[in-house]
Design a protein around this ligand. Structure first.
Ligand code: ZN
Length: 157
């Protein structure tokens, strides 16, 4: 199978993506996580392990994320990890939905720009449709992790 060329990282947004790819944030493994998820995309060897630690109010206090594969998943995982701190799970679900809609071109950029913050830089990936999946995989992990976490909470009660 021919190798799919990686996204050329040019321009202003490319710089931020490249910077996160080169020095990923929050990459340490958490020893006691409340929420954990792992996703794999064999298409380009993308893998992500996501961990969240929540405080008593249900807000994210710590994030641990390890990713491998193409530059886009690694940069997305890093950017996402920074966007999650201090947020509740419901807020993260809203963010995931907004991000997905934006990547699929279903939103008005002007309106979403502020809400997405630095994640906005990833809209450059829309020019490379084959890579959109890479940018969405960390969010799939997040949503799966939230689902698993909620069902375990229900079981405990
Ligand atoms: Zn990828």
């Amino acid at each position: 199978m021919p190798q799919i060329p990686d996204v050329p990282l040019d321009g202003l947004y490319g710089d931020l993506i490249l910077e996160h790819f080169r020095s990923p944030r929050n990459s340490a493994v958490l020893l006691a996580a409340d929420l954990e998820a792992e996703e794999f995309n064999p298409f380009c060897g993308d893998r992500i392990i996501l961990q969240l630690k929540l405080d008593e109010a249900g807000r994210v206090v710590q994030v641990g994320v390890q990713s491998e594969g193409c530059s886009i998943i690694q940069a997305t995982a890093s950017l996402m990890s920074e966007a999650m701190k201090g947020k509740k799970l419901e807020e993260l679900e809203d963010l995931a939905e907004l991000f997905r809609d934006t990547m699929r071109g279903n939103t008005d950029d002007q309106n979403t720009e502020e809400d997405l913050g630095p994640l906005q830089s990833l809209t450059v990936v829309r020019r490379f449709p084959v890579r959109i999946k890479c940018a969405l995989l960390p969010w799939v992990a997040l949503e799966e992790g939230i689902k698993t976490y909620r069902s375990s909470q229900t079981r405990d009660q």
